[in-house]
Design a binder for this molecule. Structure first.
Ligand code: PLP
Length: 350
């Protein structure tokens, strides 16, 4: 269901508002100073996340970017390199944090959908020799955002991570939307986590909480990560008020399948009208990518028409529009998008 003001905001799953249950949990949260390790709500959330993902410990962070940065800073040393897909969030959308904060560079791997093959990983990691820098970390992203929420299959991750470990690389998983990947594939999130030494997931994306992310790994890894989080200014005090909402979101994680159904409904509706604009088979989680090349009118005109009907969508790259579903949009909102397209068709044929 759209926001109370009628706006259906498909720009991102980060735009959600907390549910009544989250607000209630926030108001009732038992808190303490988390820098002293004394916030019971945070401690319980960190334990729950670690248990769900089969790891020893967890670290609550203000954002997914910080959790990724903390992981990179914990796994690497300045001058080393990180292997990732070329359009990875860690490489392209963290304001150069990995190089500015920790002095590492990236070895990007070309891929259409977030997958990296064993051969690609071996080739990218082959730098560790003689005059070449040490390649010390492999970073997956699942689901892969810029590819339109595609799921990296478990066997691809398993094989790639095994190859990386053979080459002495640590493995990190940017699972900002890990629960979407798990729901879309039917694979237990712990299976994906098993392919990595550290895993980050966001409460503030598909899960629909207002703030927060989680980094999990071994006890030693999380102890070291806790220091890096402090160095970045990410230690928080009575943050149980936020963790309480995050917990509600995590307990309700099965709900993301509704978002996947809404995305599928929207993709089917648009593809029925503009078959080359939307690759329906690629819509597996909570994103629908629409290519301007397959539309009978400029995508900009579509965005403007949607905006005047109280609907928002965003370009992810020029000519590529993205609709992202979440708990504040549903199938009736998807129908509003389709109706706006039909209206535009009529307008352009007049
Ligand atoms: C794949 C991926 N990783 C990390 C992040 C960063 O999360 P945050 O916005 O909480 O910093 C995002 C945000 O969109 C993302 O899509």
């Amino acid at each position: 269901m759209a926001f109370p003001n009628g706006i259906a905001d498909f720009r991102s799953d980060t735009v959600t508002h907390p549910t009544d249950a989250m607000r209630k949990a926030m108001s009732e949260a038992v808190v303490g100073d988390d820098v002293y390790g004394e916030d019971p709500t945070v401690n319980a959330l960190e334990e729950m996340a670690a248990d769900l993902l089969g790891k020893e410990a967890g670290l609550f962070t203000p954002s997914g970017t910080m959790a990724n940065q903390v992981a990179i800073g914990t796994h690497t040393r300045p001058g080393e390199e990180v292997v990732c897909v070329e359009r990875a969030h860690v490489r392209n959308y963290e304001h150069g944090g990995a190089s500015a904060n920790f002095g590492v560079a990236f070895r990007p791997v070309a891929t259409a959908n977030g997958e990296m093959t064993v051969a690609q990983i071996r080739e990218a990691a082959a730098g560790t020799a003689y005059h070449l820098p040490r390649v010390s970390l492999l970073c997956w992203e699942n689901t892969h955002n810029v590819s339109g929420g595609t799921v990296v299959p478990l066997d691809v991750m398993r094989a790639g991570s095994a190859a990386a470990r053979d080459l002495d690389l640590a493995v990190h998983l940017d699972g900002a939307r890990l629960w979407n990947a798990a729901a879309a594939s039917g694979v237990d999130a712990a299976e994906y986590a098993d392919c990595a030494d550290s895993v980050m997931f966001c409460f503030s994306k598909g899960l629909g909480a207002p703030v927060g992310s989680m980094l999990v790994g071994s006890g030693d890894f999380v102890a070291a990560a806790r220091q890096i989080r402090a160095r970045l200014g990410g230690s928080m005090r009575q943050v149980g008020v936020i963790a309480a909402a995050a917990r509600v979101a995590l307990e309700d994680r099965a709900r993301v399948v509704d978002d996947h159904q809404t995305a599928k409904h929207l993709a089917d509706g648009l593809a029925a009208r503009y078959p080359t604009a939307v690759d329906v088979a690629a819509v597996v989680s909570n994103m629908v990518v629409v290519h301007e090349s397959g539309l009978p009118w400029p995508a900009e005109a579509f965005v403007n028409a949607l905006e005047s009907d109280g609907i928002r969508a965003a370009f992810i790259t020029p000519g590529v529009l993205r609709f992202c579903t979440h708990h504040n949009v549903d199938i009736t909102d998807a129908d509003r998008v389709i109706a706006a397209a039909d209206k535009l068709d009529r307008h352009f044929s007049e």
